[in-house]
Design a protein around this ligand. Structure first.
Ligand code: ADE
Length: 292
């Protein structure tokens, strides 16, 4: 990667980036952390209203820490993968207990928070604190696979070599590195997309190794698994029933309409193991932290 690639991609970003609230210069580190947790598995369009509502209700970690885990789960609503709501709530309490109610700036301290993996720690350290870290989400990985490695798609799992490559491409200055990372991410989201890249709109098309090699198709990728009828859907319907009930519910009334008993039992066991559902001493079920 040359200084020219950086100049081309960041200039493209300045003219084409979406105006997202967590990218505003005055966005708090908390706003950035909440956005990155939500964006882990939910598209931007669905995160936008959820993020705004979350920040309006809990503007800082101490506000969320004062709420219950059940409040967090209800507010999470239908963003999917609700374990993230429980983790964010636990993170808020941990920030109050151990970090003076602030989001820490160090990637190592961020990595130690519930629900924060290597990607999210690097993203928050970069975007909230202007630090120099390789931020490897699927979009960045795809852009680098094409531009630098000449492959249509990155491997399923991130390799150590890929991390070393991404680190070697980072501008030396923290703020410039953070801008480079978000610009790569946006290029992957808007132009260098997985199935139909818009190469004519790409600022580095002429320099792209994959394109220069004739845009060869890589090996076929495994299609996304179905949601309909899945255990994940069953877990979602159990949580929805508990949210509707707003209190204690016997296991037999957990509305997992049309689900097999075995699947419902498996889903309920997973929710209990993840702390998303509590079994009360009277044998009834509720959201965690809801008054009994
Ligand atoms: N901007 C900063 N982080 C982002 C993310 N994870 N997805 C989309 N846009 C972002």
């Amino acid at each position: 990667m040359t200084a020219q690639d950086e100049a081309l991609i960041t200039a493209w970003y300045d003219s084409n980036a979406r105006d997202l609230p967590w990218r505003h210069p005055d966005a708090s580190a908390w706003s950035v952390l909440v956005s990155e947790i939500m964006l882990q598995q939910t598209p931007v369009a669905r995160v936008l209203p959820a993020h705004a509502a979350w920040l309006a209700r809990w503007p800082g970690p101490a506000d969320l820490a004062a709420a219950t885990a059940a409040d967090a789960l209800r507010q999470w609503d239908r963003l999917g993968y609700p374990r993230r709501a429980i983790a964010l709530h636990a993170t808020a309490r941990l920030l109050v207990d151990q970090h003076g109610g602030e989001v820490p700036a160090s990637a190592a301290a961020l990595r130690a928070l519930p629900g924060v993996g290597a990607y999210t720690a690097a993203a928050v350290a970069s975007f909230a604190f202007g630090q120099r870290h390789a931020v490897l989400d699927t979009n960045v990985r795809r852009v680098l696979a094409r531009l630098v490695t000449g492959q249509q798609h990155p491997a399923r799992a991130t390799s150590a070599a890929e991390i070393r490559l991404a680190e070697s491409l980072l501008p030396a200055d923290g703020r410039r590195a953070a801008r480079w990372s978000v610009a790569l991410m946006e290029l992957g989201a808007l132009v260098c997309t997985a199935t139909r890249p818009s190469c004519p709109a790409c600022p580095v098309a002429a320099r792209c190794r994959w394109r220069r090699g004739g845009s060869p198709a890589g090996p076929a990728r495994r299609p996304a698994s179905r949601y309909e009828g899945s255990d994940r859907q069953c877990r979602g319907s159990i949580l929805a029933a508990l949210r509707r009930a707003g209190g204690r519910v016997p296991g037999t009334e957990l509305d997992a309409a049309g689900q097999q008993d075995a699947q419902r039992a498996r889903a309920l066991a997973a929710l209990l193991a993840d702390g998303l559902v509590t079994r009360r001493p009277d044998g009834l079920f509720s959201l965690p932290g809801d008054p009994g």
